[in-house]
Ligand binder design. Structure first.
Ligand SMILES: Nc1ncnc2c1ncn2[C@@H]1O[C@H](COP(=O)(O)OP(=O)(O)O)[C@@H](O)[C@H]1O
Ligand SMILES: [Mg+2]
Length: 302
């Protein structure tokens, strides 16, 4: 069996709580794994049997460079998240595709660059008259960056934020604020090879006073996902794989769910490129992931 590259970067590695247990688990199953930085020009990627993105999170400020890197690496070795999947997964417009495929998602309106922001907000509020406020976020960011919550009465402030996102080259994603998050939190499910492994509860990140938290460990606790949540998570993963033409399930991925007003689990987002997997919250989960990885390295295909 060849060597696996676990990809991160110097800024993100200290924040990657999954890396230590994953390295230990790779060692336990006899899988040679090396930590590499995606922006280290000295790495010869062709010497790896396969490459798994773990925490190359500085991509968020260097998107084009990161996508070039994905293309380059995929030409010389097996990238376990192929470039079409990376492009799909790093753009929240996939929520519309999931909805079209019949997967329940948080109601989502996309505002395109060039659109007038205030009329878009008014249309959105007319479509969701009972919304307890709403959320505006960019299609292409992560870690709560530039995510903002507004009251229904704050249409003009929201339009300014949308205008700013559009001028910055993003699409704006508008969603009703899903109130259950305040009582119940969100449920983030980790899957390996298409199979549910474990989940966490993540507390609400957006406070009514405009405070935006980032999802540090303090906001996470272990939680067993319910059957209906597992089913929606699996359906979302299957729809994603179909959308980009994968012929087998992803090695690992995370699906984040909120319960709607009628209790239905809805996809808030999916992390399929370089997800935090919350391995510390799932007993033996690092070992299960290492076993899936060892299996992939000895079998053909992505
Ligand atoms: N529609 C929504 N209703 C309630 N809370 C939301 C909504 N959208 C986002 N949030 C909150 O903001 C956080 C960050 O938003 P998310 O869509 O997960 O983007 P990202 O994690 O990529 O920044 C979520 O964890 C959640 O607490
Ligand atoms: Mg999130």
């Amino acid at each position: 069996m060849g060597t696996l590259a676990l990809v991160t970067d110097a800024v993100s590695l200290p924040l990657d709580h999954d890396m230590p247990p994953l390295l230990a688990a790779c060692d336990t199953v006899g899988l040679a794994a090396e930590v590499c930085h995606w922006d280290d020009g000295a790495v010869d990627w062709s010497r790896f049997e396969a490459v798994l993105f773990r925490s190359p999170w500085t991509w968020a400020d260097r998107r084009a460079e990161f996508l070039d890197f994905c293309d380059r690496v995929s030409r010389v070795t097996r990238l376990l998240t192929p470039p079409p999947l990376v492009r799909w997964a790093l753009d929240k417009r996939y929520l519309a595709e999931l909805a079209a495929a019949g997967v329940p998602v948080v109601p989502t309106t996309i505002v395109e660059p060039g659109a007038a922001a205030l009329p878009a907000v008014r249309d959105f509020l007319a479509t969701h008259p009972r919304a307890a406020g709403f959320v505006v976020k960019p299609n292409d960011a992560c870690y709560s960056k530039n995510v903002r919550r507004f009251a229904a009465s704050e249409g003009e402030e929201a339009a300014r934020h949308i205008g700013w996102l559009l001028a910055d080259g993003s699409h704006a994603v508008l969603q009703p604020y899903v109130e259950s998050v305040d009582r119940h939190g969100e449920t983030d499910l980790t899957f390996f090879d298409g199979v549910y492994s474990h989940a966490i509860r993540k507390g609400a990140m957006l406070l009514p006073d405009g405070t935006v938290h980032v999802p540090t460990l303090d906001f996470r606790t272990a939680r067993a996902a319910d059957e209906d949540e597992r089913a929606v998570g699996a359906a979302a993963l299957a729809a994603a794989a179909a959308a980009v033409g994968l012929d087998r399930p992803l090695v690992c991925g995370r699906v984040d769910l909120l319960r709607g007003p009628d209790g239905t689990p809805m996809v808030l987002e999916m992390e399929l490129c370089e997800p935090s997997l919350n391995l510390d919250f799932g007993p033996d989960s690092a070992l299960r992931l290492a076993e899936v990885l060892a299996d992939r390295l000895t079998s053909p295909g992505a």
